[in-house]
Design a protein around this ligand. Structure first.
Ligand code: PMP
Length: 443
């Protein structure tokens, strides 16, 4: 405030968030964004870093192979060999590596059309549109469908891309407590004029925005209740399935499949290809009318590069495997393994006394460290033991609920998970992470 007073304009000062991130990232830089090489499959090859000076790190060119619980490789499709890779290589020879154009100019290939058809069918919707970036899919979606006469009611823990996208649209935003259906209903009731005819409500439309599986919490949205509320209050429902598509449900079709809910009852199903499909890009699956509207005014596809053909090949072939149309049996095997691995690791960690967030069937397993100060020790010890995990804290989580996030993959074996459990047991004892259920109430 003093500087603004003195200079007449605001300096490039640090807010608390950037101050915290800068301090954290320069002090324990080796624990974040460790460069890797090779495919992030069952193992991940991480480059070693050596400390130089107080804050700097050098690479010595050597690398360490770690069991990979750090990538979103839920179904193990992040591979560098096999039928998906073979198809991607064949398509590279035919189409090259880039469309060199947005969809609306000359970037649309027959592969884009095929990919949209196959993902729409998989998501259980009439049509779909694919976009070259998952973040961009959300960041520009709401501006295409909402305006200042729209109310968006958003879960407080929605991904940054959703929050950014909603703000960009100019819609009014209300936030409800994470997964709290009572809070959501309270908001809905307050927004809709009591006793007025439906046409008198102040909003042209209301969109409820949630995620299928929350990537920092490891829990799912309450889809049955959300559908009930959206039908009762006549709203649209948007579900981000970035982490649930492929990873949840007996057929891998995401939260609708998991909760046995007809996808026709959800208006907008968004997903990314960066997780379960080992590719890149995002999609919106919805009714034909919505997709037709997006084909005209969805900025991301009008002004940005298409999903590259080899990536489409990876998406198409992995989806075909999941659906059993390619390598019959392999898709089901991958789905069964992710389901088994998710429960086995989570229940094992709980049995050891760790506090773990989320649902038992979730492949995202956040192990609570609480104090950010414990993050470097956990990250470095696990790395030394040959286990790669992601450590997260503020601003991605509340300040005192730092966590090690383990992402389970079909690529991991039961023996791999037993090794992870043994090593977690050791570090839990070393840095007092474990709580007996008597002390901390368990979880
Ligand atoms: N939505 C959610 C819920 C996410 O977690 C992410 C990123 N992990 C995205 C969207 C953005 O997807 P992408 O990384 O594919 O751009």
């Amino acid at each position: 405030e003093d500087l603004i007073e003195k200079n007449g304009y605001a300096p490039w000062y640090d807010g608390f968030e950037s101050f915290y991130v800068r301090r954290l990232k320069t002090r324990i830089d080796d624990c974040f964004a460790r460069p890797i090489h090779g495919a992030p499959g069952r193992y991940i090859k991480c480059f070693n870093r050596i400390r130089e000076g107080k804050t700097g790190y050098l690479y010595d060119g050597t690398s360490k192979e770690c069991l990979n619980l750090s990538s979103y490789n839920y179904l193990g499709f992040a591979q560098s060999s096999g039928v998906c890779t073979d198809y991607a290589l064949k398509i590279t020879e035919e189409y090259g590596t880039s469309g060199c154009s947005p969809r609306t100019y000359c970037g649309t290939t027959d592969l884009h059309k095929r990919c949209e058809k196959i993902i729409a069918d998989f998501a259980g919707k009439e049509d779909a549109i694919i976009v070259s970036q998952g973040y961009g899919t959300n960041a520009n979606l709401f501006a295409s469908l909402a305006d200042s006469k729209t109310l968006v009611i958003s879960d407080e823990l929605n991904h940054a891309s959703i929050r950014f996208g909603i703000r960009l649209s100019g819609a009014l935003v209300k936030v409800f407590k994470h997964n709290d259906m009572n809070d959501l209903e309270k908001l809905l009731r307050n927004q809709i004029s009591q006793g007025q005819p439906k046409t008198h409500r102040p909003w042209k439309k209301i969109i409820i925005a949630v995620e299928g599986l929350y990537s920092m919490e490891g829990n799912m949205c309450n889809l049955p209740k959300l559908v009930e509320l959206k039908e009762k209050y006549k709203c649209y429902l948007f579900v981000d399935e970035a982490h649930s598509i492929g990873a949840l449900g007996p057929e891998g079709r995401g939260v609708c499949d998991y909760f046995s809910i007809d996808p026709a009852r959800i208006d907008l199903l968004m997903g990314t290809f960066t997780k379960s499909f080992g590719a890149t890009g995002g999609y919106i699956a919805a009714d034909k009318a919505i997709i037709e509207k997006l084909r005209i005014n969805y900025i991301t596809q009008s002004y940005s590069e298409v999903v590259p053909p080899p990536v489409l090949a990876q998406i198409i072939s992995s989806l075909k495997i999941i659906k059993g149309e390619l390598n019959p049996g392999e898709g089901q095997e991958r789905l069964q393994r992710i389901a088994f691995n998710s429960r086995y690791l989570r229940l094992g960690l709980k049995k050891l006394g760790f506090i773990v967030y989320g649902a038992d069937d979730s492949p995202v397993i956040p192990v609570l460290l609480f104090l950010p100060a414990k993050m470097p020790a956990v990250s470095r010890m696990l790395y030394e033991m040959g286990i790669a995990v992601v450590i997260v804290s503020y601003p991605a989580t509340p300040l005192i609920s730092a966590r090690a996030r383990l992402c389970v993959s079909s690529a991991l074996t039961k023996e791999d998970l037993d090794y992870v459990l043994t090593k977690f047991n050791e570090i839990g004892d070393l840095i007092f992470l474990k709580f007996s259920s008597g002390i901390a109430g368990g979880s």
